[in-house]
Design a protein around this ligand. Structure first.
Ligand SMILES: Nc1nc2c([nH]c(=O)n2[C@H]2C[C@H](O)[C@@H](COP(=O)(O)OP(=O)(O)OP(=O)(O)O)O2)c(=O)[nH]1
Length: 135
């Protein structure tokens, strides 16, 4: 029997005071290059999801937050090539620092309804309506 070994990814909807959410553009050369995604990344084998997200937000954007500021919001489940992606999405409204595109090509702040007009990974599409209803 084949063991189910999903790709566990954590991501954040960083929400500003106006209810806008930060998206970043994946750089050239990476899978799904140029699509707009929530900042985050893979959970390492020895990490909790929340520790992974705090680490990714520091690495990718140079911002600092704490796991107590990460509210579990929803998830995505999508086959990606030969892996199955489980993406845990957290809402974060409190962090220190100004987000900078350290890994991404660009950053943008958008309202959830504006996300429909942006190319995003297929796993993210079902998350847009949920964020729209939630924020
Ligand atoms: N961060 C993020 N990843 C997403 C989203 N939607 C989606 O399908 N993914 C996928 C793309 C990748 O297959 C995977 C995240 O892996 P990644 O390669 O970006 O993560 P990483 O930062 O750990 O990168 P690396 O060390 O492998 O370079 O999840 C999203 O909204 N945010």
């Amino acid at each position: 029997m084949t063991r189910f070994s999903p790709l566990l990814v954590v991501a954040a909807a960083l929400v500003d005071r106006d209810g806008r959410v930060l998206l970043q553009q994946r750089p050239p050369g990476k899978p799904m290059a140029e699509l707009w995604e929530f900042p985050g990344g893979k959970v390492e084998p020895d990490e909790t999801p929340e520790a992974a997200l705090v680490r990714e937000l520091e690495e990718e954007l140079g911002i600092r937050t704490h796991r107590s500021c990460l509210a579990p919001a929803t998830f995505a489940s999508e086959t990606l090539g030969d892996r199955h992606l489980l993406l845990l999405l957290y809402v974060c409204r409190k962090w220190e620092g100004v987000p900078q595109a350290r890994h991404a090509t660009a950053l943008t702040w958008v309202r959830p309804a504006q996300m429909y007009a942006l190319p995003m990974p297929p796993a993210d599409l079902p998350l847009i309506g949920l964020l729209d209803a939630m924020l």
